[in-house]
Design a protein around this ligand. Structure first.
Ligand code: SF4
Length: 314
């Protein structure tokens, strides 16, 4: 089966101990059956640690310790399984993360998830348009539409907001008419993990009318590629694996909503502090990804809100 990947994919390197939002903190990690079977056979001190720190009932998973740290994440924020047993004995999730895989009928599309801060830096900092490697022309109608959407989003002759308008028109979608305070309320009703995310949404709900969008647009005028890359990432990851065209177009609206929220939050931060750095953009998008994009439940709730404004393809 052919594999497709974005051109930045092979440039990713985990920064390990230097990572501020280490993916070994805060996530319950399930262990695949083959790796779990191997862990049962390990001898000595490591074997005893493995057996004591894995919940074996149901799907085996690591039992998180204080501050929700993986029990094998050492004081230097390095993985003791990697150090003592070798990379080949990491479980499937730890080997793959932050990579994702969409298995489509005629191809497998792989990429890097924005919830990893180093992947977010790589994706958002890319100056040239993202190119998908492999594949070529497809006869699948969803992939064909997806590729047209990406071409529209990468048309640098137009401002990003106009590109999004063209994407929504092409897909027969529109965002429901809600002001930023109402959108903030909807996001506040979702499941949330990080209190910083909650605080940002509450501030948006309460202060959105004070945002200086004109000033922010001037500040970001030379950084439009960050939003282009965000949108292309969201479309690449979420569009082609939709079960049908109507669902795919709802996901185009989801990408537009993600942009709307992140642009507004960036503008809010700029209005409040007089600056909005690339590092702040990376952190904002990483938070959005881990709070929203990596929660199937939250994505489904948002798609339900967005489906109201989708023209049927039937
Ligand atoms: S979040 Fe990314 S950079 Fe950080 S430890 Fe995980 S894979 Fe490495």
């Amino acid at each position: 089966m052919e594999h497709i990947f974005p051109d930045y994919y092979r440039d990713f390197r985990c920064i390990g101990g230097a990572c501020k939002h280490n993916c070994c903190i805060g996530w319950e990690i399930d262990i695949d059956a083959d790796t779990a079977a191997y862990y049962r056979t390990v001898w000595g001190e490591m074997g005893a640690r493995l057996r004591a720190n894995i919940a074996w009932d149901g799907e085996p998973h690591f039992v998180l310790g204080a501050d929700e740290r993986c029990p094998f994440l050492n004081a230097s924020n390095l993985c003791d399984i990697y150090i003592h047993l070798g990379e080949e004995h990491l479980c499937g999730i730890c080997t793959d993360h932050p990579r994702f895989k969409n298995e489509l009928p005629d191809r497998v599309e792989i990429g890097l998830g924005l919830c990893c801060e180093e992947a977010a830096r790589l994706i958002l900092g890319k100056k040239t348009p993202t190119v998908l490697i492999g594949g070529g022309e497809s006869t699948d109608e969803i992939i064909t539409l997806r590729d047209r959407v990406i071409a529209l989003l990468q048309n640098r002759e137009k401002p990003v907001s106009a590109r999004i308008g063209e994407m929504l028109t092409l897909c027969g979608a529109a965002l429901p008419e809600k002001d930023l305070g109402e959108w903030a309320e909807i996001f506040l009703d979702l499941e949330r993990l990080d209190e910083h995310w909650t605080k940002l949404l509450e501030t948006l709900r309460d202060r959105w009318q004070t945002i200086d969008f004109g000033g922010f647009a001037a500040h970001m005028s030379a950084r439009q590629t960050e939003y282009e890359q965000l949108l292309v990432y969201l479309i690449y990851r979420h569009f082609a694996n939709a079960p049908d065209l109507n669902e795919a177009t709802a996901r185009a609206a989801f990408a537009a909503l993600g942009y709307t929220l992140l642009y507004a939050l960036g503008a809010l931060m700029w209005t409040q502090s007089g600056d909005f750095t690339f590092a702040e953009q990376v952190e904002l998008c990483r938070m959005f990804s881990s709070e929203i994009e990596y929660s199937d439940e939250n994505v489904y709730v948002l798609l339900d809100v967005l489906r109201e404004n989708i023209e049927s393809y039937e």
